[in-house]
Design a protein around this ligand. Sequence first.
Ligand code: HEC
Length: 220
Amino acid sequence: MNTTRMNTRIVLTTAALLLLVGCRGMTSEDPPIHPNPNMDTQEKYTAQRSSAFFADGKAMRTPPEGTVGRGRLREDRAYFTGRNVDSSFVSTLPFAVNDAVLTRGAERFAIFCSPCHGISGDGQGNIMKYKYPIPPTSLYEQKVYDMADGNIFEVISNGIRNMPSYRQQIPPEDRWNIVAHIRALQSKGTPVAVTPMPGAAPATTSGGIDTVTNRTETAQ
Ligand code: HEC
């Protein structure tokens, strides 16, 4: 092999290598080469994009006034808020209580309420084992017996003081099912004046949350 051909080969190989790696790290205004388009890029509007078609230049359209999403018409105020038109609480469940309602209510209560209020509703849920500083109200407190059904529905929907809202987790029908279950629990229990602190000492005389360590497991 003569030197000229040898040199030519070296030059060609170097040029080819440079071609392969030379573009790396360079910026370009052009779109990247996309050998197989595969419908990756489509003519469509995505959120927050502009539009040359609409006069206001926005691709996202505002729904006409009064538009209601399918299944989102919440005309039944009592059912969706627990309150009557005059803002007073609905006194009883807006539908008849049957076995299916109670079964579902018990199940949802066990999932969403029992960690704090206890499976029996006495306010001694699992969180009390971990010295939760604010005892969840016992659902056997006289004041909960006295609450209208709509009021309990509202507490579940919006939360109250130290209790979080369960609006996002529990759909309205299940909130009512839970109310029915609470009434069923209460009908078997005896009203108490205040929520007892764990360990039996009444809340007013117990020295604070330390009594948690003495709690008995019976209620679980
Ligand atoms: C994260 C713990 C927690 C969960 C879960 C929880 N609660 Fe509560 N709940 C509390 C606490 C704490 C209070 C006492 C709030 C206060 O007085 O500051 C309370 C208070 C209440 C009251 C009394 C409200 C009042 O007017 O005094 C009711 C009724 C009640 N909860 C029902 C429920 C129901 C039904 C569920 C399930 C959907 C539930 N709670 C889930 C912690 C919880």
